[in-house]
Design a binder for this molecule. Sequence first.
Ligand code: ZN
Length: 359
Amino acid sequence: MSDFSLKPGVVTGEGYTTLVQAAKSGGYALPAVNVVGTNSINAVMEAAAQANSDIIIQLSNSGGAFYAGAGLQDGFQATALGSVAAAQHAHLLAEHYGICVAMHTDHANRALIPWIEALLDEGEDYFEKHGKPLFSSHMLDLSADPIDFNLSECARILERMAKIDMSLEIELGVTGGEEDGIGSDFDEAADNSKLYTQPEDVLRAYELLNPIGHFSVAASFGNVHGVYKPGNVKLRPEILKNSQSLVQERHGTGANPLHLVFHGGSGSEKAKITEAVGYGVFKMNIDTDTQFAFSEPVGQFINDNPKAFLYQVDPEDGTPYKKFYDPRKYLRAAELGVVARLQEACEDLGSKGNSIATS
Ligand SMILES: [Zn+2]
């Protein structure tokens, strides 16, 4: 039985920091799953309920636009409206799944700062009406910019977020696969400082941001978004440990003072995941794997029932195919694919059976 307990539903502010603390002290991390519509959000919540795990649901900028509908004329407006719609959907339904859900937005680089600011406008309105923000946290990924700009911009945005009980995820160092060209001349033997976050940079971030509000760090320790061939980059979770130790030493904190996030975790060895979680990783992003888990059963369903996707009624024997081409049939198969895949993820991350939701 956990020392922590929260009401089921979307958690923000103190609820969110409790969720992070529960994961770190319980020695597990929460899956953070990218979604693009109600089918994927519902599947993720169903998966979490089945695993008795709390969960983080996140939208990328283009995921937000897709949620609003790819046919909307104003693309910028769509990215904000779709993200808001997704968050409202979760606020309405999450508690009925009996687990805690953190709502988050994924990578926002320099060009996407206006998207985050538009979401904060919405979040402030929502906070005024409901006493809580729409999202639990946003990510600002300015790792491609100079660190001075990265940190000062994160501080500026966090000032605004802290006022409405929100947390900020930042990125220090470059997660592999995001920058063109690095892969080609990458030298496995070299200590490539771009791919491995420097503890001194993490210390700077802590000293600037910790007095302002709650934040987490996506640190690079050889993790990739999928461009490098397997074996080209070595995961070095001890980088995370070094950052934790430096902050702990300089500021006399307890163990693992930083809240760390693992990007590009797909395909990582379980032992490295477990080691990273031991160094304070509370969130691991999963996108590619759940995309395939959603699509694969749909392909299977169509292969199994090819005529139902060509004819409403069989031209030879008159069989009606309505019960096969009804979109609920194959979309449900897709949802169940996600539910099954996330059971494995919750097991790997240790979150299975550890939901702190109590009604
Ligand atoms: Zn990422």
